[in-house]
Design a protein around this ligand. Structure first.
Ligand code: DGL
Length: 271
């Protein structure tokens, strides 16, 4: 069974693409709504909360967990893979792995020649920007490539709280303008490095100069997971097409928000 974890409901944008790409697999989604948002939390809290969520997904029987949250991926994944998982594997004797969504996205963004004109622009939460992981991983693949990061501290919260379309549009235009002021030249590629931003991708497209390549994280991650499982069948052999949706803070008021992320009703269980 494959676990998919996010700080809240935003990861449903990624989860939906994973299910579409791998319909035969068993999936369980966990949203840590009680503690969302992660994007403004100190790194140590993001790390502890992420480990607790992974423990829970392992307890549900998951052998592979996808951290479908950029903030948790960039803050916690490296430590989890290098320090935490090896101990868990030794203690349990079970082959399990945890993967994130930042690296597949960066691989897609750097798939073009590094002499491409214009920088790669990264829009993300404050915590993701502060981690510096996106520029670091881009530069490992394309040294010297110009990267401009733009924190959008209010955007995920505004989407989550159901802000009016005009408010969301104004926020996106404002962040794009700030990025353009610092970038110098129009970006060649844009990464929307937050689970919530696919919902306002159209506002980004209209605010950005024409012809800019947008990396669609949900589809990119889904393709990467499919190829990962082909290379690593040991981490999931499920074929039942089972689905479960768990939330640490599910409340009836969230139903509209969930429908916005998912495009329909989702049978969440409160845990
Ligand atoms: N899921 C988070 C991300 O992709 C956004 C929401 C939050 O701040 O928790 O960065």
């Amino acid at each position: 069974m494959i676990g998919v974890f996010d700080s809240g409901f935003g990861g449903l944008t990624v989860h939906r693409a994973l299910i579409e790409a791998l319909p035969e697999r068993d999936f369980v989604y966990l949203g840590d709504n009680r503690n969302a948002p992660y994007g403004t939390r100190p790194p140590i809290e993001v790390l502890n909360l992420t480990c607790a969520a992974i423990e829970r997904l392992f307890a549900e029987g998951c052998t592979l967990v996808v951290i479908a949250c950029n903030t948790a991926s960039v803050v916690a994944l490296r430590w989890i893979q290098q320090q935490w998982l090896p101990v868990r594997r030794r203690e349990d004797g079970i082959a399990r792995n945890v993967i994130g969504i930042a690296v597949p996205t960066i691989e897609a963004a750097t798939s073009r020649a590094s002499d491409a004109s214009g920088p790669i622009a990264v829009f993300a939460t404050q915590r993701t920007v502060d981690s510096g992981v996106y520029p670091l991983e881009i530069h490992k693949r394309q040294p010297g490539r110009a990267v401009v990061q733009q924190a959008c501290p209010e955007l995920a919260g505004a989407i989550e709280s159901g802000a009016a379309p005009e408010r969301l549009r104004a926020l996106v235009h404002c962040y794009v303008e700030q990025m353009m002021d610092r970038a110098g030249s129009p970006p060649e590629s844009v990464i929307l490095a937050c689970t919530h931003y696919p919902l306002v991708a159209a506002y980004f497209a209209e605010a950005l100069p024409a012809g800019v390549r947008m990396i669609h994280q949900p589809e990119t991650v889904a393709q990467a997971l499919r190829s990962y499982l082909a290379r690593h069948p040991e981490y999931d052999g499920s074929r039942g097409g089972a689905r479960r949706f768990l939330s640490t803070g599910f409340v009836a008021e969230a139903i509209l928000l969930i429908e916005r992320f998912w495009g329909g009703k989702v049978p969440f269980e409160a845990i």
